[in-house]
Design a protein around this ligand. Structure first.
Ligand code: DQA
Length: 145
């Protein structure tokens, strides 16, 4: 029996507000809509998706520990943590199965404080600026790795 390859899609703070949060920047889809799109795409790619969001740094760290222990591939939108959390970076450094960083917006085209990512240097790659599509592109990229 073959089991489907699992991928954790981890989302950081304020992404639970998508849909109403700065729609001109982040679009009008809710995080649930994005989850649905990810599950649909993952199914066609024969991937099993475990989609999560937290506003809490400690929780995100514990999920990264879980992914490291279970050798699970991670697609992560660390949201604001991207730009300042050494703790999230240190946890991500323990991942062995792979990491793709995603963003809905293109942080480089925005305020200067968003130009630094503590995560990018650990990721296989970063996909930014395509809205919900960033997540779907990451799923497609991961199956071809
Ligand atoms: C974001 C970009 C970050 O700068 C911001 O703090 C977010 C969302 C994005 O998906 O575009 O919360 O990660």
């Amino acid at each position: 029996m073959t089991s489907m390859r699992k991928v954790m899609i981890l989302n950081g703070p304020n992404l639970d507000r998508l849909g109403t949060r700065e729609p001109d920047v982040y679009g009008t889809l809710s995080l649930q809509d994005i989850e649905k799109l990810c599950v649909e795409t993952a199914t066609t790619l024969k991937l099993e998706v475990d989609f999560r969001q937290t506003n809490d740094e400690a929780t995100l760290i514990s999920w990264l520990h879980e992914a490291a222990e279970t050798k699970t591939f991670v697609i992560m939108n660390p949201a604001a943590f991207t730009h300042y959390s050494v703790a999230i970076r240190d946890a991500a450094a323990m991942l062995t199965a792979g990491l793709i960083e995603v963003h809905l917006s293109n942080p480089i085209a925005r305020e200067e404080f968003r130009h630094t990512s503590l995560i990018s240097g650990l990721a296989t790659g970063t996909i930014s600026g395509f809205g919900a599509q960033s997540y779907l592109l990451a799923l497609q990229a991961l199956v071809k790795l």
